[in-house]
Structure formats: structure tokens, C-alpha cells
Design a protein around this ligand. Structure first.
Ligand SMILES: [Zn+2]
Ligand SMILES: [Zn+2]
Length: 46
């Protein structure tokens, strides 16, 4: 329980968004503000 704030997608950048769809914490890069979802929910990859 020491991981709070890291992007669950790349685990390499501080998470700045929470996906309302799956609840994942993701960084700016992996959150699509246009769709309001994380990269996983959007396309599955990248
Ligand atoms: Zn990321
Ligand atoms: Zn998501």
C-alpha cells in the first residue's frame, strides 16, 4: 500500500486523472480528456 499517484498504465508518471469508467489512476498521457476515459478503455493499447 505504497502506490498512490503512479499511472497504472505506464507506472512511470504521476497519475493526474482517474478514469471514471474503470477507476484507474492514469497520467495525463494516458487519459483522453475528449472522451473522458483512460487509454485502456479507449483503445486497449498504448
Ligand atoms: Zn501513463
Ligand atoms: Zn479506464
Amino acid at each position: 500500500m505504497s502506490q498512490s499517484g503512479l499511472c497504472q498504465h505506464c507506472e512511470n508518471a504521476p497519475a493526474s486523472h482517474t478514469c471514471p469508467n474503470c477507476g484507474s489512476l492514469v497520467c495525463e498521457r494516458h487519459f483522453d480528456r475528449q472522451h473522458g476515459q483512460c487509454a485502456s478503455c479507449l483503445g486497449g493499447r498504448q
